[in-house]
Design a protein around this ligand. Structure first.
Ligand SMILES: [Zn+2]
Ligand SMILES: [Zn+2]
Length: 287
């Protein structure tokens, strides 16, 4: 029996989410893994691990936060096989003026305590916030944030302070203006920001779906030496040669896959087949 069969055959995957993410995560997992079913864990409070709107700050890195959520889900539901997600909207490292969506998925198996993780960074985001002093400003900002297909959050201040009322999940024009008018009347302005919870932000839900599809494919990829699941990329190898002078650049040359069980590694070429870097990215040709 394959490692994939041993791990997943006939089992139910439980999704630790309050925000409808099972619809984005379940289909990919069911397609790639020999699971019996995928369900959402009901009545789970995952906001205690951190909320985008700032009332609860995440106390740890996103991978650990997702693992904590999955373990909490296992304890709460009695299901052994649990998957959880954690998203962060952070400056994109190569271009810090752009906001990217960094999504982590962690799969946890309480049967033996093992866990597997996958990270995906997407530049496709609908995320932002602005202070608005008038309803006209609120309307203009809402349009830029693709309201009402994407929900909004209202707060008196950008950084949440104890006692601040937070209005979440706004997806209706009349409700938005009504709530915004009240905050402006009391505080002189209102902070309007994207509701980044997956069920309120279809762009983020799409990124979680992509993350799940990639994670499921990686999980289903067996180690060629020992057959263990999740023979995944452990290292990005730079040094793509410059197309003009041939010197190694910072560009990705290859991906190194490594088996966590037996340590076997395989160097894999870029999936796009590119063999040379553009001279404009070469420190020798374009210093
Ligand atoms: Zn192996
Ligand atoms: Zn060069």
């Amino acid at each position: 029996m394959s490692a994939l069969q041993q791990r997943f055959a006939g089992r139910t995957l439980a999704v630790a989410t309050m925000h409808g993410k099972e619809e984005a995560i379940g289909p990919a997992m069911l397609q790639q893994l020999p699971l019996a079913a995928c369900i959402a864990i009901p009545d789970l409070d995952t906001d205690r691990f951190g909320a985008f709107s700032g009332e609860v700050l995440r106390g740890t890195d996103p991978r650990t936060a997702a693992l904590h959520k999955a373990k909490h889900g296992a304890e709460h539901s009695g299901h052994a096989l649990v998957i959880a997600s954690e998203g962060s909207f952070v400056p994109y490292p190569p271009a810090p003026f752009i906001t990217c969506d960094e999504e982590w998925l962690v799969l946890y198996d309480a049967r033996d305590g093992r866990s597997w993780a996958h990270r995906h960074v997407a530049l496709e985001t609908v995320a932002g916030g602005a202070s608005c002093a008038t309803l006209a400003e609120v309307r203009a900002f809402a349009q830029r944030m693709r309201f009402p297909s994407h929900g909004l959050v209202l707060k008196p201040h950008a950084h949440w302070r104890a006692g601040d009322a937070v209005v979440k999940g706004l997806a209706d024009g009349a409700a938005l203006e009504d709530a915004a008018a009240k905050v402006i009347e009391r505080h002189g302005a209102v902070w309007v920001e994207s509701d980044l919870r997956a069920m309120m932000n279809p762009t983020r839900m799409g990124v979680i779906r992509t993350t799940a599809e990639r994670f499921a494919r990686e999980l289903a990829n067996p180690c060629p030496a020992c057959g263990e699941l999740h023979f995944t990329v452990a290292e990005v190898v730079p040094g793509l040669p410059c197309g003009l002078c041939g010197m190694p650049t910072e560009g990705v040359r290859a991906y190194k896959r490594r088996c966590e069980a037996c340590g076997h590694t395989v160097l894999e070429p870029r999936p796009d087949g590119r063999m040379a870097e553009a001279p404009m990215h070469c420190a020798n040709c374009n210093p």
